[in-house]
Ligand binder design. Structure first.
Ligand SMILES: [Zn+2]
Length: 185
């Protein structure tokens, strides 16, 4: 577990700063034993939450507890799908779009790529996408920069995903030639 020395390198907490579902409000006390301040946070679910700064800055606390409750509730209602390929794809999609501590977050959530409201529930995702064929992963198609939503996702092999990228480059290239630029103006 990360100690005080590693978390002290992270930027200090400031009012208005967001950590997962928590937004910092103000500092309420100093905990002498852990040498950390306790802050008051507003959680996205509407509840207030008090947490030690070290836990929040290290990413161990990201909600008032509602996130964990939702995840475990989902686990219980996924009809034995927990740990299946579809469930793993769904859970990692949520993580890379919403957990800023994940290393691929900058390429997804950090670029504004989001999971649609309907797909926050695994059951809906599974109903829309169907079973995941072996050798495929979740691909945003046709819009590589679009959100995760029913109209913009498919199960695709690495080769299919590479073909899609190549097609897009070919389509874009003619617009960049001087000839077509003259024609279009
Ligand atoms: Zn909450």
């Amino acid at each position: 577990m990360a100690g005080i020395s590693s978390t002290s390198k992270l930027p200090p907490i400031a009012p208005g700063q967001r950590y997962g579902r928590l937004v910092a409000i103000d500092s309420i006390e100093y905990d002498a034993r852990s040498r950390m301040a306790r802050w008051r946070f507003q959680c996205d679910c509407g509840r207030e939450h008090f947490a030690l700064t070290g836990n929040v800055r290290a990413g161990r606390t990201q909600s008032c507890g509602c996130l964990q409750n939702e995840l475990s509730a989902q686990r219980e209602t996924t009809h034995g799908m927990y740990g299946t390929p579809e469930y793993i794809s769904w859970a990692s999609m949520i993580q890379r779009c919403e957990n800023q501590h994940k290393k691929n977050y900058p390429n997804y959530g950090g670029r504004g790529i989001a999971v649609c409201a309907r797909w926050r529930a695994f059951e809906h995702f599974l109903a829309d996408m169907g079973p995941r064929p072996s050798g495929t992963t979740l691909d945003r198609y046709p819009n590589k920069d679009g959100n995760y939503e029913p109209d913009n996702c498919r199960w695709a092999t690495a080769k299919e995903q590479a073909n899609n990228r190549r097609t897009r480059r070919w389509r874009r290239r003619p617009e960049l030639t001087p000839h077509s630029r003259v024609k279009s103006t």
